[in-house]
Design a binder for this molecule. Structure first.
Ligand code: GLA
Length: 366
């Protein structure tokens, strides 16, 4: 028995060692994915497209399925880009993610108002949410395999975010959103997605929320930890504790928007709140000419450490998705300070694999 186990382990290690792509290195462990932009899935960025096809087996849409993009006006749906996104995923046999149905951000103001600009009543907003979810999820039924149903409903202190959804509908807006999504595609996986869930107060609030949703019968498949990380935060112990705490509730845990910001902090808080902006003072953009080797190595180590935690929790994790392909694509060149040169991903601006890429691949065989 023992020698058989050793043979099997050695074979697995050999497969990982020879694997030169992310999807092969982690095959059978978890899917590896990336958020793709319109130029990539419309094949106007052939270099990016090649990396996606070679490296990943799941994709998320960076923007085209957000409410403001797909449903800009009450009677107008803009399906074309989302159709192309889904077709691209099918062409490459990807596990296709939908992101996101109910969020306070990148959602037009009209969603929450009547024709006179007055706030909607609970029932009318619920109807509007129902129509949107039914239309969008229904259109891609059987093709989009998993949906971020609700994005970012919890505050840093663990209380519920006072979004228009919450204020107008009440805290069962999440339960309703999950029910509507399930009704529109009973086979689809359904997720709650948020950032900073590693922080204790926010984690506690989100755990309570998921417990409550589950006991009300909401079909929650998994929690998405966005993991917009820094070199030094969240600490690995906190990352592990968070994965374990959600998994203990009987849901899977996905890493949904992974990147590692290497630039000096300009915002007061660590946040992935897209509405935050910060001015960049002297020294806030130090690597315009390139990332020094020492930072390159620090980034590689950070990624390896994170992937070791993910691997240790392979029973909980079904997917690890990066938020972008190359450093040049990343939102972190403009968040929270516009116009900086950041290096948060595994591929450089020319599409070449960075030391962090090799470090991640190596973790699979350790
Ligand atoms: C949040 C959202 C994503 C994206 C990122 C930044 O995490 O969930 O859709 O907007 O911010 O790009």
């Amino acid at each position: 028995m023992k020698s058989l186990a050793i043979v099997i382990l050695t074979a697995a290690a050999a497969q990982a060692q020879t694997a030169s792509t992310l999807k092969d290195a982690f095959r059978g462990v978890f899917r590896v994915g990336a958020a793709v932009n319109q130029a990539q899935f419309e094949e106007r960025d052939p270099a990016g497209g090649r990396i996606i096809a070679a490296q990943f087996n799941t994709i998320s849409p960076e923007n085209v399925l957000k409410w403001q993009a797909i449903h800009p006006r009450p009677d107008v749906y803009n399906f074309e880009p989302a159709d192309e996104y889904v077709a691209f995923g099918e062409k490459h046999q990807m596990f296709i993610i939908g992101h996101c149905l109910v969020w306070h951000s990148q959602t037009p103001r009209w969603v929450f108002e009547d024709a006179d600009g007055k706030p909607l009543t609970r029932d009318v907003l619920l109807d509007r949410m129902h129509d949107h979810i039914k239309t969008v999820v229904g259109r891609y039924r059987g093709r989009i395999a998993g949906w971020d149903v609700v994005n970012e409903a919890v505050n840093e202190d663990g209380t519920m975010r006072q979004s228009p959804w919450y204020k107008i509908i009440g805290d069962d807006f999440l339960l309703k959103a999950f029910q509507f999504a399930h009704e529109a595609d009973p086979q689809a996986e359904l997720y709650y997605n948020d950032y900073n869930l590693e922080n204790e107060a926010k984690r506690k609030g989100a755990l309570a929320l998921i417990r409550k949703l589950k006991s009300a019968g909401a079909p929650v498949t998994a929690i998405g930890l966005q993991d917009h990380d820094k070199l030094d935060t969240p600490p690995l112990r906190q990352e592990a504790d968070t994965i374990e705490a959600f998994h203990a509730l009987g849901v899977k845990v996905n890493i949904t928007e992974l990147d590692v910001d290497v630039l000096p902090r300009t915002a007061r808080q660590n946040t992935a709140d897209v509405s935050v902006t910060a001015a960049g003072g002297a020294g806030s953009n130090p690597y315009v000419e390139g990332l020094p080797d020492e930072m390159q190595q620090a980034l590689a180590k950070r990624y390896a450490d994170l992937f070791r935690v993910f691997l240790e929790h392979r029973d909980a994790i079904t997917r690890v998705t990066f938020w972008g392909i190359t450093d040049g694509d990343s939102w972190l060149n403009n968040f929270p300070t516009r116009g900086r040169t950041n290096y948060p991903l595994l591929f450089d601006r020319q599409g070449r694999a960075k030391p962090a890429f090799d470090a991640v691949i190596r973790t699979a065989s350790q």
